[in-house]
Design a protein around this ligand. Sequence first.
Ligand SMILES: [Zn+2]
Length: 308
Amino acid sequence: MQVLALGSGAGGGFPQWNCACRNCSALRAGTFRGKPRTQAQLAVCADGNAWFLLGASPDLRAQIEAVPQLQPSKGQLRQSPVTGVLLASAEVDHVLGLLSLRELQPLEVYSTPSIRRILREDNSIFRMLNRVPGQVQWVDIVPGQHFWLQSGSEQSLRCQAVSLVSKFPAYVPEPKLPELAAQEALLGLILDAPPGKRLGYFPAVPEVDENLLNILDSTDLLFFDGTFWSDDELIRVLGQGQTARQMGHIPVSGPYGSLERLASLQRPRKIFLHINNTNPMLDEAGEEYRALRAAGWEIAEDGWQFQL
Ligand SMILES: [Zn+2]
């Protein structure tokens, strides 16, 4: 399986358009030792032809143009190797890119029924994906059950969605919530690559219990929530706001942070992704970066490619 990290930042990217924090300011000034990042986006391919997107970031159009593998093959006027999109949540930063895929290209979008209903029933702009017959096929997935990403009539990649305890996005109207299933709000994604290799995609993780630890340790390549370094990071930078945990992200450092909670993992190559622009570990000259490298972690960069 080929894996492309097309984007590695959290919502807003790095630098963020309205942010003048220490990181964003230094990056704009050209004095930052670290990379700019578009919003988190992975693409995977098992057979060399059909590519599947994990999420659909607001930066998707530029991310597709950045890699030849995702561009139309020569000799066809309208064609795309992008075959399907697998959604892990209904968060804006994770679904807005679907609207960049509205040019009547046949696609399959895999999501839980609750995520599908939020997008299709309450947000009429997504009807642009179903203007003509045979455009987007919406495929329901059930957390905990295996399913296959399809390329035409062929089974391409075997997947499993892991339900994570979380809330639906803030834009979902209150009266809608009783109609939705809480276990369908936020998923981690496991993809099995022949022969016997496994990818884990967990860009938002509110907490880690023993069951999740075992699942994470069954992967060979793990992309994990690196949104915030500390629980009070945004409050420290902005003087107000929510903690990382209140926003549904286990912080990297501190008691019960991901460095501590995931220290026992034996199997996977461990890579932080979905990194917020305020996170001090983006600074490769800083002690936070040194600390996570010493703990065996890496930070994803836009354009990284992997073979599983
Ligand atoms: Zn910033």
